[in-house]
Design a binder for this molecule. Structure first.
Ligand code: CAA
Length: 381
């Protein structure tokens, strides 16, 4: 077993950290405040090769492994969790299904654009009446005259404002549960594609979250991804990868919160010296570091399994569950160390506290991760 980063991993950690500190940090508080999407960040991250990290270079990606990917998402999220999810969705939820299930033609035509960052990609599964119970989705796709006609609406679509391409899921065979769902590639230029509403959010406010409607949205027949009826499996297997991204995002937020707590505790004086002298503070810091390490190991194990081609559904859920809940405890304690200063926007810990919450909600709530893990235990796998 190796517990060390190789040279590539070290290089990625260093270069992405420098990039995020130089290019994102100065603008982070501003985009959080105004809740606008910094489209130029995506362009810069694409120039850094971060938009299709695990996709082969001949298909527009960087040809790296998933540990590299996790390191990059963590380092970006350490500075800005919104930028972290923009990348996570583009890599894990848009590039991955195109790479795994796309035809050669679909890869050439679309994956190359999304992996290189020329186009932003998104993933649209959730509907107003189908969140945790994803198989209950009611959007439909009907094949008529060589075109799929999509009808329905998708909510909470990360990157929905920027995205030029959606991977979406619709019912092609009504009434047949998960097996009646198919996956589709939908360019935003398709007739009937509508961006309806941008959400006003508690956290990750620089990342755009849209409601997208398909009003008899028409796409060519060959924009089916995978085979008819395979959509639910594509959606679930894609989330196995997506959840690694969210675990990495939670790690980045947690790391930032711990660093902020260490810095503040060394500066703030009370009871005759810096509060870092107090065991009450030291124990909190020790717990933070231990939980971050555990979360990172779980996350990198899931990445390693993905790289080895081993099924990692349970391990991705464990990584996301533990990292997001550890992050909650860490941001809470980091804010506590800041006292009243943690509650105001002069210190970044206030933003970490708000940004953390989504990591327990999207790409499957903590309850869904527990359900996935428990099912695998009970199956005996
Ligand atoms: N890989 C491949 N196939 C899988 C799979 C996986 N990880 N998980 C399930 N399947 C297959 C099953 O094998 C089964 O197929 P068979 O019948 O042929 O065996 C089929 O899919 C149905 O599986 P289940 O019976 O387990 O399905 P279920 O209806 O009980 O649902 C669930 C399972 C785990 C609850 C699932 O609905 C789920 O993960 N829900 C949460 C959805 C979610 O995470 N949504 C987030 C959307 S993305 C987002 O957050 C927005 C964003 O932009 C970031």
């Amino acid at each position: 077993m190796e517990f060390e980063y190789n040279e590539t991993h070290q290089m990625i950690k260093k270069s992405v950290r420098e990039f995020a500190e130089k290019e994102l940090a100065p603008e982070s508080a501003h985009y959080d405040e105004v809740q606008e999407t910094p489209v130029h960040w995506m362009k810069k991250m694409a120039e850094m090769g971060l938009t299709g990290m695990a996709i082969p270079t001949e298909l527009g990606g960087a040809g790296l492994d998933y540990i590299s990917y996790s390191i990059a998402i963590e380092e970006i999220s350490r500075i800005d969790a919104s930028a972290g999810v923009m990348l996570g969705v583009n890599n894990g939820l848009a590039c991955e299904p195109l790479y795994k299930w796309g035809t050669e033609e679909q890869k050439k035509r679309y994956l190359t654009k999304v992996a290189s960052g020329e186009w932003v990609g998104a993933y649209a599964l959730t509907e107003p009446g189908a969140g945790s119970d994803a198989a209950a989705l009611t959007s439909t796709a009907e094949l008529k005259g060589g075109e799929w006609h999509l009808n329905g609406s998708k909510i909470f679509v990360t990157n929905g404002y920027m995205a030029k391409l959606l991977i979406t899921y619709a019912r092609t065979d009504p009434g047949t549960g998960p097996k009646g769902i198919s996956a589709f590639i939908v360019p935003d230029s398709s007739p009937g594609y509508q961006r309806v509403k941008k959400e006003n959010k508690l956290g990750i406010r620089a990342s755009d979250t849209e409601l997208i409607a398909f009003d008899d949205c028409r796409i060519p027949e060959d924009h089916l991804l995978g085979t008819r009826g395979e959509g639910f499996k594509i959606a679930m297997a894609t989330l196995d990868v997506g959840r690694i991204g969210i675990a990495s995002q939670a790690l980045g937020i947690a790391q930032a919160a711990m660093e902020a707590a260490i810095k503040y505790s060394k500066e703030r004086k009370a009871f005759g010296g810096p509060i870092s002298n107090l065991q009450a503070i030291q124990f909190k810091l020790a717990d933070m570091a231990t939980q971050i390490d555990a979360a990172r190991l779980l996350t990198h194990r899931a990445c390693w399994m993905k790289d080895q081609g081993i099924k990692h559904t349970t391990e991705s859920s464990m990584a996301k569950l533990f990292a997001s809940e550890a992050c909650k405890r860490i941001v809470d304690q980091a804010l506590q160390i800041h006292g009243g200063y943690g509650f105001v926007k002069d210190y970044p810990v206030e933003r970490y506290f708000r940004d953390q919450k989504i990591t327990e909600l999207y790409e499957g709530t903590s309850e869904i991760q527990r359900l996935v893990i428990a099912r695998s235990l009970l199956r005996g796998s």
